[in-house]
Design a protein around this ligand. Sequence first.
Ligand code: ARG
Length: 567
Amino acid sequence: MATVTQILQERLQNALQAVGIKSDEPLQLAPTMDPRHGDYQTNAAMVMGKKVKENPRTLASRIVANLSTKGIGPPPEVAGPGFINFRISPEFLAHRVHELALDKRLGVEPVAAPKTIVIDFSSPNIAKPMHVGHIRSTNLGDALARVARFLGHQVITDNHLGDWGTQFGKVIYGWKRLLNRATLDSDPMEELVRIYREADAAAEKDPEILGECRRELVKLQEGDIENRRIWQRCVDLSKAEFSKNYDLLGVRFDFQLGESFYNAELPGVVQELQDRGLAEASEGAIVVWDHELSDDPFIVRKSDGGFGYATTDVATIEYRYRQWHADAVWYVVGAPQNLHFQQLFSLTRRLGYDLDLQHIAFGSILGEDRKLMRTRSGESVPLRALLEEAVGRATAIVAEKNPELSERERSAIGRIVGIGAIKYADLSQHRMTDYVFSWDKMLSLQGNTAPYLQNAYVRSRSIFRKLDAAFVAPSSVELGEEPELALTKKILQFPDVVPAILDGFKPNILANYLYELAAQFHGFYESCPVLSAEPVKRETRLLLCDVFARLLQTGLDLLGIQVPDKM
Ligand code: ARG
């Protein structure tokens, strides 16, 4: 079923044609912010008026005279400098919301041409703990994967673990000389980080030790049995630790092919680049130039003969293309890697790959002091501690609100609310915005937060527990009261909102939509009695409650956020 915007777009296009105007792109037509301007508005006459040099108001009147809104609402009106405003009739709203209620997909059409999309996200480095900086990539990548899947794309999620960096020289050096086995058993991550830091500090002071670390790295790269074994242990321990975070967050990957997976391919990649004249020798290294992008080269083989991050990413693209038949690869990685991805994408184009490559960047999470979020001792905040604190704080709030809940129920709800709060605080911001991490704000039951939305869900569901029998959608819907109409109008925007998320990769538009939707629901719920209303009204209102709950649950699920059934 077409969305309301699509239906109006089509009528608008027909009217434009009737007045002899051709536009190649669909013109902007969207819900209004202010109900005084109708329900939907377009600036088409202003945009086209400028193009064809006609007074926008005159053009708007000509368009309106040729625009049929039969079955949808009263004739549109011309307003201000040439806006065209549409109003939707209660009958059309009733008919549409009824249709949406009967649709399992809540009116969201699958895309006409599904693509195979690889999403590369989270991707922490082995032997370093995940920290607050990984929240954004992990949440954003997971949400985009959910949305793309819901829209019918074939999605492959891949955690491109950093398991082959130069840090392993120091980790292995530290493992052989500084390791404390007892701490390794009790807190493996802490111990791995400690030996790395100590080796790093020692190498900094003593060139002899730096040389040792380099030799350990070369031995690892050459396949030395002992070093491989130590490396594998580090990978396994780190992955086990990362899984705890992913389990708490409810994030899963189809693949976790780390950088090391591509090792064997790297010499061939560099050879191919050289054979095709794309890479050349420079100061002992092999590099690719793109002077339009930067005066810094893209280094595919270092002067010491080693391959790095860049070469691995080229091999990874080839693999994803050949093995998975990817049409698109989305990299959800922080903004500082912008140049790396521009260089990588430009090289991939020159290699002739027909691939849609996207770097989905994001801003930083700040502490209350508006500086990059740090612990008191100045280190980056470990992710697990943060997630556990969220669950702890939410559980305490739930317990205070509902003293009658059992211990188990409290912690189950606390987890849904706490993790939801962290995710929502993140995803409700535009991804490029730097935002301040605030427990009080994100856990508040008031305002644009996960707990507010989860509470609205619980409220809308609780009414159904008072019914004697399971709710069945009525055969028709009748809308009258203003709050019913306002809620319905908001509901009908959902099928337009979901696909729009992938335009610019902005889950925040869904988050903010859900918030506005919940506000409309509260307005409706406060002024329209449901169970005590006369039969037709009662059935309609129950249907609105049910659709609202399903929309909210589906929408939050697309953001990777769960809903509790009590709170
Ligand atoms: N491990 C990298 C880092 O921590 C991120 C990897 C992103 N993905 C990629 N294919 N380059 O910076």
